[in-house]
Ligand binder design. Structure first.
Ligand SMILES: Nc1ncnc2c1ncn2[C@@H]1O[C@H](COP(=O)(O)OP(=O)(O)OP(=O)(O)O)[C@@H](O)[C@H]1O
Length: 384
């Protein structure tokens, strides 16, 4: 039995051109390939995409393909709606992504931009893989659970991410960038929000949990230019400037390759790639003062800019003077891990309690913590 096809797009994602793109390119491509969608739906409000997909699954039996025209936020809604329903886990749901959003992290990671391919053809690559019946790839999910206390284990909220789960600077950027959406519809709003938050530090404690495949956490070794096993437990204490983990992607925007090892050394099985910046690694760090934070902002900014240079931030190291260089053999500015899960236990400051899951912002209760774990559901796939 061939799969039932749902065509679903968010008309307000990105620059609000999804409807036009579907009418001019996606629907004709399906038609010329002899694929007849069972339904074509435009989302009407936030949260609608999840209901559309779960209703479709109830109406159609067997395998389902969702041709999804949106950004990562809409995919996040769909995946969360699916994880909240008790569907037969043997039922396969495969996404063909048409990047119509602002950042399109998952699509850009599956199909990194090239200067040669024309824009329209590039946007149709995942759809083309579906039409050609290519073998889809399994999606990893990161389930984040918020607990009200660090030890009492009372879960108060749970959500899944398909791209990114973060705290610290990235969570603050995403919180503020949403307020700028109307004013700056493109990815520039992330840079503006970064400037607003670049001098903040976040007091927290972190635990990294081993990969289920190898029983260890892996850490990036800048000399070996590779991930190596870390022996023993991995507890990190703050202050943190940056704390971010990704699944399924090596970039959060077409050029922002923040977790480059995901594509350089692809993981085996469910795992999270984690990028951390802790100012106390700076050889000239002495104490946490407003002046130290202000001075460190230039270094945090250099890390973000290097991520735009094909993920070069992982190669940045401190000189004895505290200057940053690729030619030093001092401590790396960025710590890079691959793990099975992590715990973020914020202390005191309000902003350290923010957690970002694919752009949506959660808040940890005072005295609580967030626990994030990678899982591979097996029945969620993507054409890539
Ligand atoms: N008709 C609608 N009106 C208003 N908001 C909508 C509508 N349909 C969907 N949404 C909301 O739009 C939000 C943003 O959508 P989406 O993630 O697709 O685009 P984006 O944010 O521009 O891209 P990206 O997530 O890649 O940066 C979603 O969180 C969704 O809740």
């Amino acid at each position: 039995m061939s799969a039932a096809v749902l065509v679903l797009y968010n008309p307000v994602s990105g620059d609000s051109t999804a409807k036009e793109f579907f009418q001019n390119h996606v629907l004709p491509r399906l038609d010329s390939s002899g694929i007849e969608p069972s339904a074509i739906v435009a989302t009407e409000h936030a949260g609608h995409a999840g209901t559309v997909v779960t209703d479709f699954l109830q109406k159609h039996r067997g395998e389902v393909v969702v041709v999804l025209g949106s950004g990562d936020g809409t995919l996040h809604e769909v995946v969360n709606a699916l994880s909240g329903h008790a569907f037969d886990t043997a039922r396969t749901i495969t996404f063909a992504l048409v990047p119509c959003g602002t950042a399109n992290a998952l699509f850009s990671s599956l199909f990194p931009p090239t200067s040669e391919s024309p824009a329209v053809a590039h946007k149709l690559l995942s759809l083309d893989a579906f039409v050609a019946r290519s073998k889809p790839k399994p999606l990893t999910l990161a389930r984040t659970t918020l607990y009200e206390g660090p030890t009492q284990q009372i879960p108060c909220h749970s959500t899944v991410s398909v791209v990114v789960t973060s705290a610290a600077l990235h969570a603050s950027i995403l919180e503020d960038s949403e307020l700028l959406r109307k004013e700056i519809p493109g990815i520039e709003r992330f840079k503006v929000a970064a400037q607003q938050n670049i001098a903040r530090w976040y007091q927290s404690r972190v635990k990294l949990f081993p990969l289920s495949s190898t029983g260890v956490v892996q850490v990036y070794d800048a000399n070996m230019k590779a991930l190596v096993p870390h022996k023993g437990p991995l507890d990190l204490s703050g202050p943190f400037a940056y704390f971010l983990s990704t699944i399924n992607v090596d970039r959060l925007e077409p050029a922002f390759r923040i977790t480059p090892q995901f594509s350089t050394e692809p993981p085996q099985g469910a795992s999270l790639d984690v990028v951390v910046v802790r100012p106390q690694r700076d050889p000239v760090f002495r104490s946490d003062t407003p002046q130290t934070r202000e001075a460190f902002a230039a270094k945090a900014y250099a890390v973000l800019m290097a991520a735009y240079q094909d993920g070069n931030h992982v190669r940045l190291r401190y000189k004895e003077s505290g200057d940053i260089s690729e030619d030093s053999d001092g401590p790396t500015v960025v710590e890079y891990f691959r793990c099975g899960g992590w715990e973020w236990i914020p202390e005191v400051d309000e902003k350290a309690r923010l957690v970002c899951s694919d752009g949506s912002i959660l808040k940890i209760a005072q005295g609580g913590k967030a626990f994030c774990e990678a899982t591979e559901p097996q029945n969620l796939l993507v054409y890539g």
